[in-house]
Design a protein around this ligand. Structure first.
Ligand code: NAD
Length: 427
């Protein structure tokens, strides 16, 4: 029996992540003296769809029913955009929180989207490929009137990948009667996906490193980088760091951590992980206590795994000069304060990991025009957008005498507010 009425018996909106997202918005709205009417309007999502639906297990007689969600936080800026997450504990509150964060992220880097997010409460690792396909196609049908290339464009997130996006695109296209690649991003390139999407978040993140280094008067060449998480974001961030001359002295994943003061050969470690799944037991580095990676003596720390890892328990020990947030929400509010006091320069998730949605935006534009760019063009435009957003946020931080997270949110919220005021209230 897969149908559960809520994730932890607290009611659908009772997600700590939603309260945190709203509290963060309230805090910044207070600092910027945001108009009360606009403030209230943006505290809750504009549209939220909750569905339940059945899917057949491989054992034909068994049918499981699960909850699915799609939340669109804000329609002011254009269509909405955001990933779909398959996870055992996803609920409406979590999806709503992530949709709100997507609104700010898109506004910070200047993309013409509002934020959205979707989810299905299911444990993806317990599904066979065929079950995942049936689940995806039925979920797509349940939300089909809610999404579309000019309405709401999903993308992969935790527990979903290129293949899931391909099934979603195929189901949507079959339903509308023609091929519609622009309904989803993060697809395989063979059906209109973008080259360089896989590398986009890590590359985009690291394209900021030279600007951060210059702001802190640090060299790029030879700077020491520690990366927590060696998945999509961590691998390409580490690779880009090494390619620009930094020394990637430590990396970790769920299996453990590695250290090499001369720098780990990232491309070689990536090949090792393809074969061995995890980094542990890689020969050309020493083992390290995973917790120590976060407090290592280095110039740049890149949390690129899970949320809440930099917190009241370890923030005082962080020795990195800068933290570049690859993951969503790796730093708690308490750690933020410690970093502010200790002068640790933090580039927040809503800016630092926006490279993923930026290249997704490129993919959508290319699909709509049926004109595909080269990898070099994509990378150049990604760098330009990321670095422009970084300097605007840095200027705001200096002008408003605040930290980069607050400055980024001020910038995003201000952009949306201007659009809301220009459009007015209907009727
Ligand atoms: P992924 O599943 O590809 O990789 C996650 C990595 O983190 C894996 O190597 C895993 O072993 C490791 N990990 C898990 N728990 C860990 C722990 N406790 N300590 C150390 N390592 C641990 O995921 P991803 O796509 O790389 O996403 C990582 C983070 O970046 C997530 O917070 C995600 O929301 C965020 N993010 C991803 C993208 C994207 O384009 N993939 C975009 C924006 C934000």
């Amino acid at each position: 029996m897969a149908l559960e009425t809520d994730s932890e018996g607290q009611g659908e909106w009772g997600s700590p992540l939603f309260y945190e997202a709203v509290a963060q918005f309230d805090r910044v709205a207070g600092i910027m003296n945001l108009d009360d009417n606009i403030h209230e309007r943006m505290r809750a999502p504009q549209r939220a769809l909750v569905v339940t639906f059945p899917f057949r297990r491989d054992e034909y007689e068994t049918v499981d029913t699960v909850f699915g969600y799609r939340v669109q936080h804000l329609h002011t800026m254009g269509p909405t955009k955001g990933g779909i997450r398959y996870a055992a504990d996803v609920n409406l509150g979590e999806v709503a929180a992530l949709a709100m964060l997507m609104t700010w992220k898109c506004a910070i880097v200047g993309l013409p989207f509002g934020g959205a997010k979707g989810g299905v409460r299911v444990e993806p690792t317990e599904l066979s490929r065929a079950e995942t396909q049936r689940l995806t196609r039925r979920y797509t049908m349940e939300i089909i009137n809610f999404i579309g290339p000019d309405k709401d464009i999903p993308a992969p997130d935790m527990g979903t990948d290129e293949q899931v996006m391909a099934w979603l695109m195929d189901t949507y296209s079959t339903h509308v009667g023609h091929t519609e690649p622009a309904v989803v991003t993060g697809k395989p390139p063979s059906i209109g996906g973008s080259v360089a999407r896989r590398e986009a978040t890590g590359r985009g993140l690291m394209s900021l490193l030279p600007s951060v280094a210059s702001h802190l008067s640090l060299p790029v060449e030879g700077s020491r980088v520690a990366v927590q998480g060696f998945g999509n974001v961590g691998q390409y961030a580490a690779l880009a760091a090494q390619q620009m001359g930094c020394k990637v002295v430590a990396v970790s994943d769920v299996s453990g951590a590695l250290y090499n003061e001369d720098g780990i050969d990232v491309a070689d470690l990536m090949r090792y992980v393809v074969e061995n799944k995890v980094v542990t037991d890689y020969r050309d580095a020493d083992k390290l206590d995973p917790a120590e990676l976060l407090t290592l003596d280095c110039e740049f720390l890149v949390p690129a795994a899970v949320g809440g890892v930099l917190n009241a328990g370890n923030a005082e020990q962080v020795k990195a000069r800068a933290v570049l947030e690859g993951a969503n929400g790796p730093t708690t509010g308490a750690a933020d304060e410690v970093f502010r006091e200790n002068g640790v320069f933090l580039v927040p998730d809503v800016l630092a990991n926006a490279g993923g949605v930026t290249v997704s935006y490129f993919e959508w534009v290319q699909d709509l025009q049926n004109y595909f760019w080269s990898e070099a063009e994509i990378v150049a435009r990604l760098r330009e957008i990321m670095n422009r957003a970084f300097s605007e946020v840095l200027d705001t931080a200096i002008r408003e005498k605040t930290d980069m997270r607050t400055a980024a949110l001020i910038k995003g919220i201000r952009r949306v507010t201007e659009a809301k005021l220009a459009r007015g209230v209907y009727p």
